[in-house]
Design a protein around this ligand. Structure first.
Ligand code: NAD
Ligand code: GLY
Length: 374
């Protein structure tokens, strides 16, 4: 399949950027970065981790140098638990030492952890330098690299410290998925299922095709349609306006995330991969939607069918339901004391519901249902 460019233009914001996707295009990253950044940019800081840098760092560095950039590399430790202010501080010290200037840029090479942390460090350095995203996990390709949410985990929970900072460009090379462990690929598929449940139609069909046969062409088609769906939502509501509650609100992209973030927080970000927690979050949202009579049985069955196609999730049995439900209130989507949850009226029909409209016993019952399914 030929490389393809999707433009994301955010009305009223300075940001408009291209998302280039293809199979085997990383070696051309230098020319791409030059096009995104312009000819005056001299210095680039690659922001990665040792795992990804060992695999793709040389190829990226070589290509960037051949396009005339001088390149330095900052490596954070690998793992969600290092998505912290301490890591950002270390990166900022490196950028200062290396003389990264306002016209220079940061380039994130890795999964969502690297992308979120690198983007936030770029937003902070000298009050904001440009950054590029080169996602190397399925989750980062179809979700986190697009849309400009950057940040780290803080005392209040997951992603509670951050900034909206749109990238200057995104390069998605599905050839890098060849080295991604299967568990990580599956975790990414849960974010794809999230897009499929929110969008329905072609996004759902492409996700099902990719689940049937995980060949690169089908993965690329699924990624492109998921990214296109997300880009349209982001273009209409870049900053997730707290007053917006319709089905085009950016909040809908948080389907499954209230539960997921709580699950990650109570397990210290160690037991579940983010995508796996989202997998449980989708099932949880489906159960609540069912209890409130929002969604019909056929759509519930379809959701379960697609989710089952991804594979099994790590067991929930050792988790205290009350602790998870308590952790909801730390979720960053709490505004003025009222938590909102994204639920489904059907496939392709998200709805935002105030949590105080959901009876407490509905939460406990939904958790019990998830335990029964183990
Ligand atoms: P991750 O970044 O931890 O990457 C998963 C693992 O795969 C890591 O060990 C990494 O080193 C390794 N890896 C990455 N690419 C590889 C490759 N090509 N080959 C072999 N190994 C590779 O996890 P993730 O699932 O990519 O991202 C999860 C993060 O994304 C979470 O912190 C979540 O909050 C965030 N996220 C952000 C947004 C957003 O809009 N900003 C959206 C969704 C998720
Ligand atoms: N992943 C949620 C968002 O980008 O808004």
């Amino acid at each position: 399949m030929k490389p393809h460019t999707l433009k994301i233009a955010i009305p009223g914001a300075a940001s408009s950027y291209d998302i280039l996707s293809g199979n085997g295009i990383l070696s051309g990253a230098g020319a791409w970065a030059r096009k995104c950044l312009g000819r005056d940019t001299q210095r680039l800081a690659i922001f990665s981790n040792p795992t990804v840098n060992d695999l793709y760092g040389d190829m990226l560095t070589k290509s960037l140098r051949s396009a005339g950039f001088s390149v330095t590399t900052f490596l954070m430790r690998d793992g969600e638990r290092y998505k912290t202010l301490r890591t950002v501080e270390a990166a900022l010290a490196k950028f200062a030492d290396e003389g990264i200037k306002r016209g220079d840029a940061v380039i994130a090479l890795g999964g969502g952890v690297v992308g979120d942390t690198a983007g936030f460090a770029a937003a902070c350095h000298l009050r904001g330098v440009r950054f590029l995203q080169v996602p190397t996990t399925l989750l980062a390709m179809l979700d986190s690299s697009v849309g400009g949410k950057t940040g780290v985990n803080g005392p209040g929970g997951k992603n509670t410290i951050g900034a909206f900072h749109q990238p200057a460009g995104v390069l998605i090379d599905t050839a890098t998925l060849a080295t991604l462990p299967e568990r990580e690929l599956n975790a990414g598929f849960y974010e794809a299922v999230k897009h499929a449940m929110l969008a329905g139609g072609e996004v759902l069909a492409n996700t099902r095709h990719a689940l049937d046969s995980r060949e690169p062409k089908r993965l690329l088609t699924m990624i492109r349609s998921g990214v296109e769906f997300k880009a349209a939502i982001v273009a209409g509501d870049e900053r997730e306006d707290s007053k917006k509650r319709d089905s085009h609100s950016r909040k809908v992209l948080n389907l499954g995330h209230t539960f997921a973030h709580a699950l990650e927080k109570v397990t210290n970000y160690r037991k579940f991969l983010h995508g796996e927690a989202v997998g449980y979050g989708l099932l949880y949202a489906a159960e609540i939607s069912k209890s409130l009579d929002l969604i019909d049985k056929n759509d519930i069955n379809l959701l379960y069918d697609v989710a089952r196609g991804v594979g099994s999730l790590p067991p929930l049995a050792s988790i205290d339901p009350q602790e998870v439900i308590e952790a909801f209130r730390f979720d960053k989507k709490t505004h003025a004391g009222s938590l909102e949850m994204v639920l489904l009226k059907g496939i392709g029909k998200p709805v935002i519901v105030a949590a105080d409209k959901i009876p407490q016993n509905t939460h406990a019952a939904a958790f019990r249902r998830l335990l029964e399914m183990q």
